[in-house]
Design a protein around this ligand. Structure first.
Ligand SMILES: C[S@@+](CC[C@H](N)C(=O)[O-])C[C@H]1O[C@@H](n2cnc3c(N)ncnc32)[C@H](O)[C@@H]1O
Length: 249
């Protein structure tokens, strides 16, 4: 089996992914030598699914978009892991038809809870899919970063609306249905029956820096993101929050 670390080194360490891979790697190391059953809900074109398959795990990607799944299938074939990646069109809140209940070791749900109609049936479905002791990697949009980002762009009305809205949206033209702070994201997963183990900020700085800095010093930026990700107040200002949680054994 290929170590995930080898795959990571080659192409996955960016400000968008480094913190998440560090958390996932710790879980995969904990279960070293096992071929895990992974479910990537709303997994899109396979940015996480394909490296996990390359590391030897069996990955099922459920996504509503046939185009995304077609791209995933091509990507898996190009990487030589088509036999370990299953692409299934489906809805994030109806996973029982795709995987056996309580059969999954690791479920990913990245950048999905903020776009679905209702996040609660999705989190319930994630928990039902997990084996007792299985882990969930959940990435959601951060509310504070969206307020700051709009304000820094001069969109003060939009920043104020977003800060005041209980769902953390800026109204009709907002592309997301909701955003989270760390407590809200943890509460959502806890209510579904998971035990939250870690919360990190993803892209604390990356979206704030001039492109010349971000592009000119990519390794330093990744290192700084990793060092700030778990520390308040930096974590709470990140563009995204990564919550790692577990179904009790
Ligand atoms: C922002 S993309 C994130 C893709 C991937 N998880 C990532 O982090 O790169 C959101 C994905 O969720 C999928 N999606 C949105 N609503 C969904 C739903 N109700 N059921 C399943 N997939 C959904 C979209 O088709 C899209 O591929």
């Amino acid at each position: 089996m290929v170590r995930l670390g080898d795959v990571e080194q080659t192409r996955t360490l960016t400000p968008r992914t480094a913190v998440i891979w560090a958390v996932l790697r710790a879980e995969l190391d904990r279960r070293a030598g096992e071929r895990l059953s992974v479910l990537d809900v709303g997994g899109g074109t396979g940015g996480f699914a394909v490296p996990l398959a390359e590391a030897g795990h069996r990955v099922t990607v459920v996504d509503a978009s046939p185009d995304a799944l077609a791209a995933l299938t091509r990507r898996a074939a190009e990487a030589g892991v088509a036999d370990r990646v299953r692409a299934r069109q489906g809805d994030a809140d109806a996973l029982a038809g795709v995987v056996e209940p309580a059969s999954v070791d690791l479920v990913l749900c990245h950048s999905v809870l903020e776009v679905v109609d209702d996040p609660e049936p999705v989190t319930t479905a994630l928990v039902d899919a997990l084996r007792p002791g299985g882990a969930a990697s959940v990435l959601v949009a951060g509310r504070a970063a969206a307020v700051l980002g709009r304000a820094m762009n001069g969109q003060l009305d939009s920043a104020a609306a977003l800060a005041a809205d209980p769902q953390g949206t800026a109204g009709g033209r907002d592309s997301l249905r909701r955003r989270y702070d760390a407590d809200g994201a943890a509460a959502l997963l806890t209510a579904a029956g998971l035990v939250v183990e870690e919360i990190h900020g993803v892209r604390v700085l990356a979206d704030l820096l001039p492109a010349a800095v971000a592009d000119g010093q990519p390794a330093a930026l990744v290192e700084l993101e990793r060092s700030l990700a778990g520390r308040s107040p930096y974590r709470d200002l990140a563009a995204q929050l990564h919550v790692f949680a577990r179904r009790p054994a």
